[in-house]
Design a protein around this ligand. Structure first.
Ligand SMILES: *Cc1c(COP(=O)(O)O)cnc(C)c1O
Length: 429
């Protein structure tokens, strides 16, 4: 068995030593992986149950064109999302271009001039800075008279409850809570912690809308933020809930009124959810959501595996090898540009698509240093597929995530290790 697999790995240039090291680490993670599978099992049942109670039928897999009136598949899928996430309603559309767009729609649909937006968990994801107007931008919420306030996490990562209580005021209409750390150094928030924060906020201001940026978090735990009081949860379909099959799209799930407001903004006042042709994507949205719990589990195993490999080799990893997980992102700090580049080239070399190209750092618009990105994805930019990127600046860390299967994630991580070894950057213990 092992020799058969070893000879397959050899075809990729992976040495017996690298495979042996990886296999040893994998064996130590058996219990951890079993727990991930147990969560996936629960979430798989959750999704199938949601499909059954909403009577998903073959007719749902077909699509509409034009206005998209009476799109059974689209409307039923939105009920499936609502049931699975325990919300009153959901908006799940290919017309939502990405996660940033979904968040922008949810925010601008629910905020009015004179309202204030509060982030009680520090700086939001980079792209939201322009949506909110933290960095001046045409069409930002700031231009429409929506003000913004931010309360940073305390040094130890805990919530600054005193600061949050002070920041909440009569104009605070919506509170935005980002679950994943994104590209920051803070810890990702567990669903339990998000629940604690929401109860605190609602204790002071019951009518405030609590929205959670759920990107990269879906199906990592048995609960979602909507199960612990979030009024809206928002995410991208080319991350976890699309299961790798959704070719584009985003979702907004939550209280009916707030989801409707988002629909009026995405589409048009008066029309809302009634329009928006599904253009042939229904079947991949359903099938992707069906696969999402196990795809997320595979990505999670890859993240845990990488953390343990690189921790053992002496690199700083966030989260560390033992910590509990609340999203699928793994950061590894290599400390040198060469380390970041070799890692990304290894991930690329393991890809099913574009494996023959070697990524190089380049000056991407909007970044203050060259960035290297590895992605050999079926869907452009999909980060539920195995992908990695790193800015070429201190501390020289890479952020990596995804893997539609655990086996692919494993191959990618072993390839990255082989490249680092070949470049003389690491030595096996
Ligand atoms: C990915 C992500 C977004 C949105 O990014 P897009 O690239 O627009 O899909 C927003 N917030 C977080 C935390 C994310 O991880």
């Amino acid at each position: 068995m092992l020799t058969e697999n070893a000879s397959m790995y050899a075809k990729f240039g992976i040495s017996k030593e690298v495979l042996g090291f990886g296999t040893k680490i994998e064996e130590e993670l058996k219990e951890r992986f079993a727990k991930i599978d147990e969560v996936a099992e629960y979430n798989q049942l959750k999704v199938i149950h949601a499909m059954q109670v909403n009577k998903v039928s073959e007719a749902c897999l077909y699509s509409t064109t034009g206005y998209g009136y009476n799109d059974l598949g689209r409307d039923t899928l939105e009920k499936v999302y609502a049931t699975a996430f325990g919300t009153e309603d959901a908006l799940v559309r290919p017309q939502i271009a990405c996660g940033t767009h979904a968040l922008a729609v949810a925010l601008s649909g629910n905020l009015r001039p004179g309202d204030e937006l509060l982030s009680p968990v520090g700086k939001p994801y980079d792209t939201l800075e322009e949506v909110i107007g933290i960095r001046p931008s045409n069409g930002s919420l700031a231009e429409y008279g929506v003000t913004y306030r931010q309360v940073d996490l305390k040094e130890d990562g805990s919530f600054d409850y005193e600061g949050i209580a002070k920041a909440l005021n009569e104009r605070t209409k919506l509170v935005t809570i980002q679950r994943s750390k994104g590209y920051q150094t803070r810890a990702t928030l567990s669903v339990t912690r998000i629940g604690e924060l929401i109860s605190f906020i609602k204790g002071i201001k019951p009518d405030v809308i609590c929205m959670v940026d759920n990107c990269y978090g879906e199906f990592v735990e048995k609960k979602e933020p909507s199960d612990v009081g979030a009024d809206l949860i928002v995410g991208s379909l080319i991350k976890n809930p699309g299961g790798g099959l959704a070719p584009a799209g985003g979702y907004i799930a939550g209280k009916k009124e707030y989801v409707e407001n988002a629909a009026f903004r995405l589409l048009s006042p008066g029309l809302g959810k009634e329009v928006g042709a599904s253009l042939g994507v229904n079947s991949s949205f359903y099938q992707g959501f069906f696969l999402a719990p196990t795809v997320t589990a595979g990505a999670l195993k890859g993240a845990v595996f990488a953390a343990n490999i690189y921790e053992r080799l002496g690199f700083a990893v966030v989260p560390n090898g033992k910590e509990s997980r609340h999203d699928i992102i793994q950061a590894v700090t290599f400390g040198t540009p060469e380390g970041v580049i070799a890692f990304c080239q290894g991930i690329q070399a393991a890809a099913p698509v574009d494996s023959f190209v070697a990524p190089e750092p380049w000056d991407m618009p909007g970044y203050d240093s060259p960035v290297i990105m590895a992605a050999g994805a079926f869907v452009q930019g999909s980060s539920i597929e195995l992908s990695a990127d790193g800015p070429i600046k201190p501390p020289y860390a890479v952020y990596f995530q995804g893997g539609l299967t655990w086996q692919h994630a494993k191959l990618g991580i072993l390839m990255s290790l082989q490249k680092l070894l070949d470049a003389g950057i690491v030595r096996l213990p």
